[in-house]
Write a protein that binds this ligand. Sequence first.
Ligand code: IMP
Ligand code: MG
Length: 348
Amino acid sequence: MRILNEKFNTIINIHMNISKVDICCGLNWGDEAKGKVVAHLVKNFHYDYVCRWAGGNNAGHTIYVDGKKYKTHLIPSGIFYNVKSIIGPDCVVHPDSFMKELKYLRENGFDTSLIKISPKAHIVTETHIQEDKDKYKDQGTTSNGIAPCYKDKFGRKGIRAENVECLKDYIWDEVLDGIVLCEGAQGFWLDINYGNYPYVTSSTTLPYGACCLGFPPQKIDKIYGASKIYDTRSGTDPLFPETLLDDEILMSIVKVGGEIGTTTGRIRKVNWLNLDKLIVAINTSGITDIIISKIDVLIRVNAYKLFHNNTLITFKNIDEMQLYINDSITSFCKYVTTISYSGNVEGI
Ligand code: IMP
Ligand code: MG
């Protein structure tokens, strides 16, 4: 009973000591430069923790620090700026890949003692990876064992991080205090509930999922939404047919935009921004600040189009296109207070 009371007291303290939570999530199909947004926030504002709330090493974060490019798959981007980095309870961890990432970060001079894993996170085993390769090929997964691992978790047959010897030095004490930033993985349309099921991932990519880290929703302040100015899809999805790769302008966006998967090395299918879908993603996620990146790519290919009300609209230049996007978001998305555009790899 005493132990239980102590545990409950800790939980009460967790809530008392968190001053606020900001969240950053993706509004498309992943690959929206969330890592860049997180890096920008951590550089410019104070955060005590950066936390991942879902997914595993199916994600890929590309971060530029002082002009140098770094990649991680599971570890939150806060690590590049010396912030405590938490892998949350609804994440899945493949221990060998985690160890490799630690080694890579250590070799590059980052302080890996700041990285912790929730004891409740689930373990991806070699059997999960094999099952993914054998049974989920038609869904174009990243082959990292994600679906089989979550299947075992929800079937209540999984293994948790707290039970794995090699992770014992990295287990999180489940305390959060101060100012917390939650870093999303994947994007709105890959969410297990909201995406084009079954062409989705197996976790929650919307801000509602972040609450699994152990804070009450009342603590949420800003919700940053990352989008690209054109849509991309890595992996199989009938909403993103392979025929898009035959379109010459879209193909030049693939080349100029470097639309090749960070995790899989596959060419991403590109389509014009679907503003109808973006508005749904913004409103369902409660986005307060939106960051639309890669405008430099459209400028370089000199083509400015988007779908709105199911119609393809063409603009003369980037200014006209941005004005249209701003007007639409201002009219239809009442929680949004700022809209920013980004056209380079490091800044916003
Ligand atoms: P899984 O998450 O490996 O099971 O893959 C399920 C689907 O989500 C596939 O279409 C993947 O290509 C896609 N996916 C998973 N993670 C990412 C990501 O970080 N960026 C883009 N697509 C992703
Ligand atoms: Mg990514």
